[in-house]
Design a protein around this ligand. Structure first.
Ligand SMILES: CC(C)(COP(=O)(O)OP(=O)(O)OC[C@H]1O[C@@H](n2cnc3c(N)ncnc32)[C@H](O)[C@@H]1OP(=O)(O)O)[C@@H](O)C(=O)NCCC(=O)NCCS
Length: 175
């Protein structure tokens, strides 16, 4: 088991931990070196990629429900990242995030991977999950809608910026 928690499989994808192997680091450099990705994340990462991978291991160790997964396409290429972690400046809210390389957009991979991560977390007792999206990020808001997340409107609770917030509650289990 690595930084992203257990491996997850969906119909088309394998979700696994990002590693510090050269292929993974090169792909992360490419992904997080692109303005069309990082403009929606508040700018490029300020850490070297290996340190980012190490940070994600810390997230994972904090709570078994959290994690950061490399989303591997059927051809073996890592399409990007899906992560589940507490929102900064929050009061226990947990956010799901998705960052795909543009060469992997438009295939349904973000939605498919996120659905698996959310399902796993709900299965482990997480009551709800949030997504926070910069206004104008239509592709990301479309992922939220495809996942069935409810829009909560624009708010400035997290990351010190105004964000569109979405929430999905875990299904109620009736005994
Ligand atoms: C946000 C982001 C992950 C969305 O990626 P995406 O590929 O548009 O989203 P999905 O994986 O849900 O794919 C949906 C698209 O795949 C299409 N698709 C093609 N084959 C499909 C299949 N087999 N199953 C499902 N959808 C499929 C859908 O029709 C839809 O197309 P559309 O965009 O033309 O409507 C991506 O744009 C990204 O990484 N952006 C940069 C980082 C970012 O903004 N992150 C979010 C910060 S809040």
């Amino acid at each position: 088991m690595g930084s992203g928690g257990e491996r997850l499989c969906t119909e088309r994808l394998q979700l696994r931990a990002w590693t510090t192997a050269p292929d993974d680091l090169a792909r992360l450099e490419d992904l997080y070196g692109r303005d069309e990705v990082t403009r929606w994340l508040g700018g490029p990462p300020t850490l070297p990629m290996a340190e980012l991978v190490a940070r994600w291991q810390v997230v994972r160790r904090a709570d078994e429900r959290y994690g950061c997964w490399a989303v591997q396409r059927p051809d073996g290429v890592a399409a990007g990242t899906v992560l589940l972690k507490p929102l900064p400046q929050g009061v226990g809210e947990v956010e799901i995030g998705w960052h795909l390389h543009p060469d992997s957009w438009g295939q349904g991979y973000a939605t498919e991977a996120a659905r698996a991560v959310i399902g796993r977390a709900f299965g482990l007792g997480l009551p709800e999950v949030y997504a926070v999206v910069r206004p104008g990020n239509e592709r990301s808001m479309a992922v939220c809608r495809r996942l069935g997340m409810a829009p909560l409107g624009r708010m400035r609770h997290w990351y010190d910026v105004e964000l569109e917030a979405f929430r999905l509650m875990a299904p109620v289990v009736v005994d």
